[in-house]
Design a protein around this ligand. Sequence first.
Ligand code: UD1
Length: 434
Amino acid sequence: MYSYKIIGGKPLKGDVSISGSKNAVLGVLAAAMMLDGPCTLENVPDISDVHVMVDLCRKIGATIEEVGPYTLRIDPTTINTYQATGPEVSKIRASYYLLGALLARCGKAYLRLPGGCNFGQRPIDYHLRAFKAMGAKGTNARDIDNGIIKLEANPLKGTRVFFDIASVGATINVMLAATKAQGTTTIINAAREPHIVDVANFLNSMGAKIKGAGTDTIRITGVPTLPGNFSYSIIPDQIEAGTYMIAAAVTDGDVTIRNLIPTHMEPLSAKMREMGYQVDEDEDSIRVYKDEGTEIECTNFKTAPYPGFPTDLQPQAVVLLCLASGMSKMHENVWESRFQYVAELQKMGASITCMERIALVNGIDKFKSAYVNATDLRAGAALVCAALNAEGTTFISSASRIDRGYENIVEKLTALGATIERVENSEYVSDDEA
Ligand code: UD1
């Protein structure tokens, strides 16, 4: 167990390079389990969620070797079981992709219920209903509480699948299952996040027939084999990039964030410009800074599926709003309970009132240092941003949650001039946490 110790108050300056996308690579790793030959993945981020997923893939028999920096050689032809039922499955949310991948590869899939950040109910009923509509037999959406989901392909046949809400996970999972199903599957009201397009591009480069990824209607024509034998490079992480944009802004810094896709950042860039920040785009970089004397103005955000404002940047954006003049509003439309971190920000002097899915944020001059806890991955990232702004020393416990999704965050922030280090909890735990 370790904490982050951050001495804030310094403007971040310089360049930072964004790593491969966490949510894309988790989907692509599962997709790689369906191939009939090996493949090479590049730009794989070195984060703990990826380590867990690689471990899960190895446990079902896949051969995965690190063949260079951020590069994995994957041979799924050695897979020898359709069962992923160990306790490690519950460490991450994206283990649910093994359902679609194993159904497609083995005709059967047994999976322990996935885990992930706790921000309210995280059902997988859409995934199971869609597999059933495609002909799978087994565990029903209403009785998934028994710990292990058991599905049999029986076989999988293409059909029309409609989601009430554009679910990222269900869209990717159905895409995986449909890739080797008989006939054509049409997903209506599909999610459109950049990582969905990345998984589809990966599969298409390996021989799949997926059209429309990135729109709300995806058509997948099943193919009998996926030859593989190609290299594929993972897209940059939209959420990591957005977190550094916000960290630059709240420290009055001047940072160029490199190796990102500017169009993916548009929902955040537009809002930051509206608030008064300068956000200069280049082909694959964005520079964030503030002109001297500019007053940062309050605004309102609403989270929504892509191309709306990403819920995974909501806590970090609230930190931005805390430092704007006047009253701002954050409306969380995706998750029912994603404001647990507000109590931690309040310890740092934030003036926020939550009413169900809305947070009313009153501007303050500066955060103050405190002992706080990273209640989940993005909550932790928000606390890092607040601590970088605060005068004095902040300790963020449960820092391993932050490392689930941020590669070398200590090293990257240090290179930008921040004072941040990993410290053992036992040395610095505050009285109320002891
Ligand atoms: C993924 C991301 C997560 C992000 C979220 C929304 C990964 C590994 N995780 O999570 O970081 O916050 O997208 O962008 O990529 N829903 C149902 N039934 C289902 C599935 C979803 O009701 O079977 C609802 C959820 O309760 C939620 C909404 O749909 O309100 C969106 O969830 P979804 O897009 O599926 O999120 P995840 O794939 O779990």
